[in-house]
Write a protein that binds this ligand. Structure first.
Ligand code: G6Q
Length: 541
């Protein structure tokens, strides 16, 4: 039986009927303490959730829901290495990747913390060698370009974090990411680069991912075209993987491999050696500071009571809109240009984790699960899609993320950025009534078009500055939010079977596209028609 049969769910349903029409305007007028009371802070990260369509009773009932879903014991199970990823028979221990050296986290009777730190130390040594120029390429030159070849979880995290922490990067190193099997991605990344100054990090947990291996082989040919000698590979290719055998088969010396473990899910792997490109870019000290931020949020999630627990509250508010207000999407809107890839990162984090219609017992869920997650950095979005946020027919709950200090203080740019940041959540929550417009003397015919209903919910997250520590806190916050929601919806958040069918069909289709005979076996009429058109136009080129 799903969560919809719980007492708290039924109470929430009844409560929703009572408060669905309540206006944020009114809630703030009625309760001068609201902003203060519906806010919380953990180690400099501040969450104001008062602009949500909730009362204190709603929060109590949502917390009761988390209790009924046994969230506390689920958190305990994850942190203690229970094999909670049941469909893959694995533990889920990304939190161990950021545990301090002094901690002990046992999996099958073995403390994993020393292994984690051994890999971090190896990464630090390697990063320093690249950054200092001590690691020389095949012709004796220092490395100037680092290209991470990976996809999905082996790409989105390090590429998002490299951008987020660009202000901390070593500027004479050009760190890039190639993920798409579309050759244009690789071709553009290496445009104008010298192979003898370029290092490839082939990043793949399984080392069997077709896109990554295809790009890695292309990189190998590109390099050898310039450097000719096969022994150059050792100086220009390193691997991040759990699969030593495949790394060796590809031709990378296991000495130049940075390992991790099957208990690290791809989309939760940034703190493992998957973060190697990031560490090369920002250095081990900043990387460790980021791990500190992750760990601080891990501890908060583990220890804070549910009603004062940031990831839990954000998870519950998400469920409130998703399941009771029928919101289909959730927007993440960072007001910091360095966080421009953050929404896309958590698009994967959230949608791959909780985009599931089968629950843990193998039956179809009776309620909506993960939302469509999207967003982009402000203020750009304001000139694009915010129209719909303010006046559209859809309810889009949104998280606004902003910082008090800029990495590039210039004239009044930052005040302007933040003025927009504050103005948007204010406008969304409180709107502008037709009465106000009439009082202002607006033409009656225009009043409906210029009215803002308000009552559109947002969370606001703020910190002093986007530092490595704060980035770690923010990422862990969303990771745990997603986990908490998965527990309540009772889905397995750590597998991703939904990506398999397309992959295997692509293998069959590729065989057909590369064969001279047109068999169209197992191909429907529409796809056959499209493939025929492709063959014809391909031949014409
Ligand atoms: C993430 C997914 C997926 C994965 C990629 C790359 O959680 O598992 O995005 O990271 O498919 O896989 P490899 O790292 O094995 O190449």
């Amino acid at each position: 039986m799903g969560i919809e049969t719980s007492v708290a769910w039924r109470e929430l349903r009844a409560h929703f009927e009572q408060i669905a029409e309540l206006q944020l305007n009114q809630l703030f007028v009625d309760d001068p303490q609201r902003a203060k009371d519906l806010s919380l802070e953990d180690q400099g990260l501040f969450l104001d959730y008062s602009k949500n369509r909730v009362t204190r009773e709603s929060i109590d009932l949502l917390v009761k829901l988390a209790d009924e879903a046994r969230l506390l014991s689920a958190i305990q199970d994850m942190f203690s290495g229970e094999k909670i990823n049941k469909t893959e028979g694995r533990a889920v221990l990304h939190t161990a990747l950021r545990a301090p050296k002094s901690s002990c986290i046992e999996l099958d009777g073995i403390d994993v913390v020393p292994q984690v730190h051994a890999v971090l130390d190896k990464m630090a040594g390697f990063s320093e060698a690249i950054r200092s120029g001590q690691w020389q390429g095949f012709t004796g030159k220092p490395i100037r370009n680092v290209i991470n070849i990976g996809i999905g979880g082996s790409d989105l995290g390090p590429s998002m974090a490299c951008e987020a922490l660009r202000a901390y990067s070593q500027r004479n190193l050009n760190v890039q990411f190639v993920s798409n099997v579309d050759a244009s991605d690789f071709a553009e990344a290496v445009q104008g680069l010298n192979a003898d100054e370029t290092l490839f990090i082939v990043c793949s947990k399984t080392f069997t991912t077709d896109e990554t291996l295809t790009n890695a082989r292309t990189a190998r040919s590109w390099l050898l075209k310039q450097l000719v000698d096969e022994s150059a590979i050792a100086k220009h290719f390193v691997a991040v993987s759990t699969n030593t055998e495949e790394v060796q088969t590809f031709g990378i010396d296991p000495q130049n491999m940075f390992g991790f473990w099957d208990w690290v899910g791809g989309r939760y792997s940034l703190c493992s050696s998957v973060g190697l490109a990031l560490m090369v870019s920002i250095g081990a000290t900043h990387f460790r500071a980021m791990l500190g931020g992750f760990h601080a949020m891990d501890e908060h999630f583990k220890i804070a009571p549910l009603a004062q627990n940031m990831p839990v509250l954000m998870a519950l508010l998400g469920i409130w809109y998703n399941n009771f207000f029928a919101a289909e999407t959730h927007a993440i809107l960072p007001y910091d240009n360095y966080l421009k890839h953050f929404p896309a990162y958590f698009q994967q984090g959230d949608m791959e984790s909780n985009g599931k219609y089968i629950d843990k017992s193998g039956t179809e869920v009776a309620v909506q699960t993960g939302p469509i997650v999207w967003g982009q950095a402000g203020t750009n979005g304001q000139h694009a899609f915010y129209q719909l946020l303010h006046q559209g027919t859809k309810l889009v709950p949104a998280d606004f993320i902003g910082f008090a200090q800029s990495h590039n203080p210039t004239l009044d740019h930052h005040d302007k950025l933040m003025a927009n940041f504050f103005a948007q959540t204010q406008a969304l929550a409180f709107g502008k009534s037709s009465q106000t417009l009439a009082d202002e003397g607006v033409d009656a015919a225009l009043i409906p078009h210029r009215t803002f209903t308000g009552n559109r919910p947002t969370n606001t997250l703020m910190a002093e500055k986007l530092t490595p520590f704060v980035l770690g806190q923010l990422i862990a916050l969303y990771e745990h939010k997603i986990f908490a929601q998965g527990v309540i919806w009772n889905v397995f958040s750590f597998d991703q079977w939904g990506v398999e069918l397309g992959k295997s069909l692509a293998v069959e289709i590729l065989q057909q596209l590369q064969s001279d005979e047109v068999s169209n076996a197992n191909v429907d009429a529409s796809t056959a028609q499209l493939m025929a058109r492709y063959r014809k136009d391909r031949a014409a080129s």
